[in-house]
Every structure is written in structure tokens, then in C-alpha cells.
Design a protein around this ligand. Structure first.
Ligand code: A2R
Length: 309
């Protein structure tokens, strides 16, 4: 299969390229000019801003992929409040540019639209299924839900081959420390190196979230490219939730340094949703996918990443 990964300069891109190449696929990946794709695999690289509709069409016409993985996004919830217009542009107009390019190319490429568990928002609960009506609670989530609806619309109206994903919290080496597991691991590495006093600064520890290793997440994307049903939306997550306090305990147990824990009001967010986990039975039924990497394995990798930085 010829795969096109759009927006490969972020956290997930390098992992997805590695998985696709390992499965024997021919990969072209796009990035913004200032970015570096974190991959040592053999693949072709293109510069692409998805807001440039002509450029998107040109790349898709030239590469003629069998499958497009659309990762490009403004993916920060915090930034989506500060820059709502940019978030709407990249996540909605950008997606339209990709869908229109595929439609006009008359290619039969399958498009995998990567959305987020954030789409469920106020509707989120333990074991949330795809049929639950999303109630986005921030600008990022709203744009991803719109992307999902655009996917449904293009699939129904034009008969295009589109599979939508709602990915829950994914973690791994290379993720920015604005995300909780990376934040805690970075602090442990800083404390071990003597660059931070032995005090771990934390936010709300009682929330429960569904964490999955990014390597398992990209396996699910590849499995959906092969076995997902067009027009359908799939949750991708571990299927169970872990309290942030437990995540913290696991990370602290990986270090021999004595660390005390302190609340940091800066890290507190108003959290209306105490527990979120994905119902992944649809993904499992249609693809046979199972998460393979235990949480401890992911946390060890993230901690090693920051220790080596
Ligand atoms: O915002 P930047 O400079 O980090 O670049 C991001 C890139 N991107 C764009 N690519 C092409 N044209 C644009 N106009 C544009 N604006 C932003 O998309 C970044 O390199 C990439 C998305 O990667 P991350 O933000 O690291 O997301 P991650 O964790 O790789 O997640 C992949 C997908 C995203 O759609 C998330 O919303 C979803 O999975 O959860």
C-alpha cells in the first residue's frame, strides 16, 4: 500500500511512519517547513501547509496514495482557547482541503481522519461508546467533532472511503510536557539531575483517564486502514481508566530519589469530567486490535527519554 501521512512533524507522525514501514508499506510524509520528522525509516518527505488548498491537491495528485492518514492539526486544547480562529482554520478548513483534494483527484484513496476522545466532552463517562452524542467542551474538541461530521458528509454524499477515529489520551517518548505523563516524567528527570528541588508539582490527581501507548495507537490506525468500515467512527484507547494519582505513583516508583508531592494551582484545571474511558469493543470487533504495551512500559520509555535529554 502507498500511504500518505499528512502532518507527520508532530508527536504521532514518526511512530506512524515506523509502523507503516514495518508493515511493508511505501510511505510519503508531509511536514511544515520549520519541523523535523522524528524517523530514521526510509520514506519520502514533502513540505505541506494544509491551509494551501492547491498545494494539498498537488501532493495528493502526484503521490496518488491508497491511504491518507490525516494527522495535521492544531492539537492543543489550551491554544484552542487562545487562538480559536487558527484552530478552526487548521482543523476544519485544513480537513476540507484534504477531503476536496481527494474528491477532485477521482482517486479511491481511503482517508483516516484522526479525531479525539475530547469530542465527547460533557457527555464523556466511563466506557463511552461511539454512539454517544458528543458535547464538545472546548474549541479544539468542537473542531475535531466538526471534522468527524465532515467525514460522514463526504462519505455519504460523494461515496468517499473515509474512516474516522476518536483517539483517547496517548502517551510516549517525544510528547510535550504539557501532557500529564510527560510533565511528571520530565520533573523526575530534572530532580534526579539536580536541576529541580525534590518536589513534584502536580494538578488534579483525582481525575481518571484512558491512557494508551502511542505505539499501540498507531497499530490501531494501521489496522483501521486495512479493516475499518468506511463511514464508521472508532474509539481508540485502552478501554479502562487510571487515576492520575496512580499514574504519579507508578512514575515515582521508577526513581530511587525521595520526592515529595505538592499541589500547583497553575496545574489545576476546572475538571467537570471525573472519569473518561473508551468503549473499544467496535475497534476490537472489526480489527481484532488489542493494546499490547502496559502502562509501566510506556512510563519507563518516557522517563528514559527525559533522562537522556
Ligand atoms: O502546530 P505545529 O507547528 O506543531 O505543527 C503541527 C502540524 N500542523 C500543520 N501541518 C500542516 N499544515 C498546517 N497548517 C498545520 N498546522 C499544524 O500538525 C504538528 O506537527 C502536526 C500535528 O501534530 P501534533 O500537534 O504533535 O499532534 P499529535 O500528537 O501528533 O496528534 C496527531 C493527531 C492530531 O490530529 C491530534 O489532534 C489527534 O491526533 O489527537
Amino acid at each position: 500500500m502507498k500511504a500518505l501521512v499528512i502532518g507527520a512533524g508532530g508527536f504521532v507522525g514518526g511512530y506512524l511512519i515506523r509502523e507503516l514501514v514495518a508493515r511493508g508499506h511505501d510511505v510519503t510524509a508531509t511536514k511544515l517547513p520549520q519541523e523535523r520528522i522524528n524517523s530514521t525509516e526510509r520514506y519520502s518527505e514533502e513540505l505541506l501547509d494544509i491551509l494551501d488548498a492547491d498545494a494539498v491537491a498537488e501532493v495528493i495528485d502526484r503521490v496518488r496514495p491508497d491511504c491518507i492518514f490525516h494527522l495535521a492539526a492544531q492539537s492543543s486544547v489550551a491554544l484552542s482557547w487562545k487562538a480559536p480562529a487558527l484552530t478552526v482554520d487548521v482543523n476544519i478548513k485544513g480537513t476540507i482541503n484534504v477531503l476536496e483534494a481527494v474528491r477532485k483527484s477521482n482517486a479511491s484513496a481511503r482517508v483516516i481522519l484522526i479525531g479525539s476522545g475530547e469530542e465527547y466532552g460533557y457527555a464523556a463517562s466511563p466506557c463511552i461508546g461511539e454512539d454517544t452524542a458528543p458535547q464538545p467542551a472546548n474549541v479544539y474538541a468542537l473542531t475535531k467533532h466538526t471534522q468527524n461530521m465532515l467525514g460522514q458528509l463526504y462519505c455519504k454524499s460523494y461515496g468517499m472511503d473515509i474512516v474516522s477515529v476518536r483517539a483517547f489520551n496517548h502517551i510516549g517518548a517525544g510528547q510535550l510536557p504539557t501532557f500529564v505523563a510527560a510533565d511528571f516524567c520530565r520533573q523526575v528527570a530534572e530532580i534526579e539531575a539536580g536541576r529541580q528541588p525534590p518536589v513534584m508539582r502536580v494538578g488534579n490527581l483525582s481525575a481518571k483517564r484512558d491512557f494508551t501507548d502511542v505505539r499501540d495507537i498507531v497499530r490501531a490506525y494501521c489496522d483501521l486502514a486495512q479493516h475499518g468500515i468506511s463511514g464508521e467512527t472508532y474509539n481508540v484507547g485502552s478501554g479502562h481508566s487510571v487515576e492520575i494519582s496512580e499514574l504519579l505513583e507508578k512514575i515515582l516508583s521508577l526513581s530511587s530519589v525521595e520526592i515529595t508531592v505538592e499541589n500547583d494551582p497553575q496545574r489545576m484545571r476546572p475538571s467537570d469530567i471525573p472519569e473518561i474511558s473508551a468503549d473499544i469493543s467496535k475497534l476490537q470487533r472489526d480489527t481484532g486490535w488489542q493494546p499490547q504495551i502496559p502502562l509501566e512500559g510506556s512510563l519507563r520509555c518516557i522517563l528514559e527519554h527525559f533522562r537522556n535529554k
